[in-house]
Write a protein that binds this ligand. Structure first.
Ligand code: ZN
Length: 160
């Protein structure tokens, strides 16, 4: 068994599309990023890479690489899933928390869970996505940033 933790934060500005967990979200602001800035998928990538002992998303997909500009972060998680598969691991369960002042994560929970389960190739039952606010505190509390935490447990495929 391997456990991994992931965290990410992105600044939010007007006139940028908002994507969370691979789902397009109707919002006045979106993340400033080299890729599509999907804070949740980035945290999940880091959690899985961490569990595998394979560094982090920045090492794997450097933001200095122009080929990753505007990339759908689902592609990052797909590549991370391939690595996990090659290493012989599968997700036992994944728990995530998104912190956003004004995006109602619970409204998108089902779609996000379905999307993540599709990419990771596991049942939706082992994926949990929670949303909460920052109680008005800091940049996230002002609605100028969005954060995500992810914890994943991986198990060896042959020992499941
Ligand atoms: Zn990110």
């Amino acid at each position: 068994m391997r456990v991994g933790i992931g965290y990410d934060i992105h600044r939010l500005v007007k006139k940028i599309p908002m994507v969370l967990g691979g789902v397009s979200i109707s919002h006045t602001k979106g993340p400033v990023a080299h890729s599509d800035g999907d804070v949740l998928l980035h945290a999940i990538c880091d959690a899985v890479l961490g569990a595998l002992g394979r560094g982090d998303i920045g090492m794997m997909f450097p933001d200095t690489d122009p080929s990753f500009k505007g990339t759908d972060s689902g592609e990052f998680l797909e590549k991370v899933t391939e690595i996990m598969d090659k290493d012989g691991f599968v997700v036992a369960n994944l728990d995530c928390t998104v912190i956003s002042e004004d995006i109602k994560v619970t409204s998108y929970r089902e779609q996000i869970t379905k999307n993540i389960s599709g990419i990771l190739d596991v049942s939706e039952k082992v994926i949990n996505v929670k949303g909460k606010t920052a109680e008005g505190l800091g940049e996230t509390g002002k609605g100028d940033a969005i954060e995500a935490h992810a914890v994943v447990l991986l198990i060896k495929k042959d020992k499941s």
